[in-house]
Design a binder for this molecule. Structure first.
Ligand SMILES: NC(=O)c1ccc[n+]([C@@H]2O[C@H](COP(=O)([O-])OP(=O)(O)OC[C@H]3O[C@@H](n4cnc5c(N)ncnc54)[C@H](O)[C@@H]3O)[C@@H](O)[C@H]2O)c1
Ligand SMILES: O=C(O)C[C@H](O)C(=O)O
Ligand SMILES: [Mg+2]
Length: 479
C-alpha cells in the first residue's frame, strides 16, 4: 500500500554522470537503497566524458525523494540537474481549459455565434429568461465554489491554494458525467459576501456545488443560497459525503448482519461533513449516534456557541455519554472519521463491538491507517483512491448534478440524496459484496447512470423537476 503523504508518485531525476568517475549501477543501487524504484531511464545527452539521463523513480512519500536526492548528491561524478515531480507536472498551467464547441470558420459563422446573430438569441432570453437553460452554458454548467477555508483536511489554506482541488473536481464532473464545471475560489470568508457573490454569478450556471467551506458558516451559506436561488445548491462536503457514507454503510452492515438502525455510531469531526452525515444516518433510522469534536463528545445539557452543535446535542447521544473519543468508542459498531489525521488509536478500535466498521475519511491522511486498523476491524474504508473501499464524494456529485441538470431540478431534496445513496450501494451486488468491496469504484460507469436515474425519479416525486416530458429528458441525456 502506498504511503500516506505523497499518495505514491513518481519523480524524474535528471543527472549528469562523469563516465570515468561513476557507473550507472552505482546510481541505481543508491536509488534503490534510498527507497526508490526505477521504472524508466532515458539518455537525453551524451558526450565523450559525460552522459545525461532522466531517471523516473517511483517513490511512496516525499521523504523518499529527499533521501534519494541526498544519496545522489553524495556520489562523486554525479551532478544533479533537476528533479521534477509527476504530480506537479500534471498541474503545470492548471488542469482544465475552456474550448469552443465549434470552430468559427468564416464571416457567416462569426455573424451567427457573435454579432449580429447573437443579438436575436439574447433578446429571446430577455423575453423568456427560462430560455437561458437551453440557449446558454447554464444548461450543463456548474460552479464549484470555495473560499479555501476547509480544503480537504488541510484546513484554511486560502483561495489560491484551494484551486487545484476545485480544478480536480471540475475534471471529475466532466469525465464522469459530462458536466461542465468551473472552479471559483473566492477571496473572502465573509458569509454575506459569499452569498452575495454566488447569487451574482448564478445566471451563468445550472447549479452551484459548494466545496471546502468550513463549518458553521457553510450551513448558513448553503441554506440561504438554496432559498434565494432557483438552481440547485449543494454543499458537497456535507451531502456528497453523507450520501456516500450511507451507501457504504448499507453494504457494510449487510456483511456483519447487524441492522443499521440498531448500531452505535461514533463520529469524530462535527463539522460540515460530520453534521450532514449524522442527519443522513438519523433519516435512515439510526438512533444512537455520538459526535466527538476536539473538546470531546457533544452532549445535551452543555451550552455550545456553535448553533449547529446546539442542534447536535439535542438530537444525538441519547444515553448522554460524555468524555473523550476513547471514552465513548467502547462498544461502538461503527466509527466514522471526518476530522483529521491520526485521531483514532489502535487501542480505541480494540474496544469497539465485534466486527467493527471503521470509515476513516479525513483527506489526505485518515484518522487511522488501514495498516494499523486492519488486524482489528471487519470493514475498513478511507477517502483515498490508493486503498480498497474508497468512500469519497466523487461517487455522488457527478451523478447527482447530471440528474438535476437533466430534469432541471430547482433544488436537491433529502429524498433525492437518499435515492442517490441507495443507487450507489446497489451497484455492488450480493455476489460481489465483501470486506474489501462495499462500495463501487469511482471508475465504475454504472454509478453515474444509476445515481442520475434515481435522482431524476426522486426529483419528480419531490415536485422539484422543471423539465416535464420524458422525451426532453431523453434528449438531454443523448446530447
Ligand atoms: N472522504 C470524503 O469524501 C470526504 C468528504 C468530506 C470531507 N472529508 C474529510 O473530512 C474532514 C472534515 O471535513 P469538513 O469539510 O467537515 O471540515 P470542517 O472544517 O467543516 O470540520 C472539521 C471538524 O473536525 C474537527 N476536528 C479536527 N481535528 C479534530 C480532532 N483531532 N479531534 C476531533 N475533532 C477534530 C474540527 O474541530 C471541525 O469541527 C476533512 O479531513 C476532509 O478531508 C472527506
Ligand atoms: O476532495 C475530496 O477528495 C473529498 C472531499 O471533498 C474532501 O474535502 O476531502
Ligand atoms: Mg471537499
Amino acid at each position: 500500500m502506498a504511503g500516506l503523504n505523497g499518495g505514491g508518485t513518481s519523480v524524474i531525476v535528471r543527472l549528469e554522470m562523469h563516465k570515468e568517475q561513476v557507473t550507472f549501477g552505482k546510481i541505481a543501487t543508491a536509488i534503490g537503497d534510498a527507497g526508490g524504484d526505477i521504472v524508466a531511464i532515458d539518455v537525453t545527452r551524451a558526450s565523450k566524458t559525460t552522459t545525461t539521463r532522466d531517471i523516473t523513480v517511483k517513490v511512496s512519500d516525499p521523504q523518499h525523494t529527499e533521501s534519494i536526492i541526498a544519496a545522489l548528491k553524495g556520489i562523486p561524478g554525479v551532478r544533479l540537474i533537476n528533479v521534477s515531480d509527476q504530480t506537479f507536472l500534471m498541474h503545470l498551467g492548471g488542469k482544465i481549459e475552456v474550448s469552443p464547441k465549434m470552430p468559427i470558420k468564416n464571416r457567416d459563422d462569426l455573424s451567427r455565434v457573435y454579432t449580429p446573430g447573437v443579438a436575436r438569441v439574447c433578446m429571446a432570453i430577455h423575453e423568456d429568461p427560462s430560455k437561458a437553460h437551453s440557449l446558454t452554458i447554464k444548461r450543463n454548467t456548474v460552479a464549484v465554489v470555495s473560499d479555501g477555508t476547509a480544503v480537504l483536511g488541510l484546513g484554511n489554506i486560502g483561495p489560491e491554494a484551494a484551486m487545484p482541488v476545485m480544478e480536480g473536481k471540475a475534471m471529475l464532473f466532466k469525465q464522469m458525467a459530462g458536466v461542465d464545471a468551473f472552479p471559483i475560489c473566492l477571496d473572502t470568508t465573509d458569509t454575506e459576501e459569499i452569498i452575495r457573490t454566488v447569487k451574482a454569478i448564478a445566471p451563468a450556471f445550472g447549479g452551484i456545488n459548494l466545496e471546502d467551506i468550513s463549518s458553521p458558516r457553510c450551513f448558513e451559506i448553503e441554506e440561504r443560497l438554496i432559498e434565494e436561488l432557483d438552481i440547485p445548491v449543494f454543499h458537497d462536503d456535507q451531502h456528497g459525503t453523507a450520501v456516500v457514507i450511507l451507501a457504504g454503510l448499507l453494504n457494510a452492515v449487510k456483511l456483519i448482519g447487524k441492522p443499521l438502525e440498531s448500531c452505535k455510531v461514533v463520529i469524530t469531526g462535527i463539522g460540515a461533513a460530520g453534521i450532514a452525515c449524522t442527519k443522513m444516518l438519523l433519516a435512515a433510522g439510526v438512533t444512537n449516534v455520538i459526535g466527538v469534536d476536539r473538546q470531546g463528545a457533544i452532549v445535551h445539557g452543555v451550552t455550545y456557541s456553535n448553533p449547529a452543535w446546539e442542534w447536535y446535542a439535542a438530537n444525538t447521544n441519547p444515553h448522554l455519554q460524555s468524555g473523550t473519543l476513547s471514552d465513548v468508542i467502547a462498544g461502538a459498531d461503527i466509527f466514522i472519521g471526518l476530522s483529521g489525521p491520526g485521531v483514532l488509536k489502535v487501542e480505541d478500535v480494540k474496544r469497539m463491538a465485534s466486527d467493527p466498521i471503521v470509515f476513516a475519511m479525513a483527506n489526505p491522511t485518515p484518522e487511522i491507517t488501514p495498516e494499523e486498523a486492519e488486524p482489528y476491524v471487519r470493514v475498513m474504508a478511507t477517502g483515498r483512491s490508493d486503498y480498497p473501499n474508497q468512500i469519497n464524494n466523487v461517487l455522488c456529485f457527478p451523478g447527482i448534478f447530471r440528474g438535476v441538470l437533466d430534469c432541471r431540478a430547482s433544488r436537491i431534496t433529502q429524498e433525492m440524496k437518499l435515492a442517490a445513496a441507495k443507487a450507489i450501494a446497489s451497484v455492488v451486488n450480493d455476489d460481489e459484496l465483501n470486506e474489501y468491496y462495499i462500495i463501487p469504484s469511482v471508475f465504475n460507469h454504472s454509478v453515474v447512470e444509476k445515481v442520475r436515474e434515481a435522482v431524476i425519479e426522486a426529483a419528480y416525486e419531490s415536485g422539484v423537476a422543471r423539465r416535464r416530458s420524458p422525451r426532453e429528458l431523453q434528449d438531454a441525456h443523448q446530447e
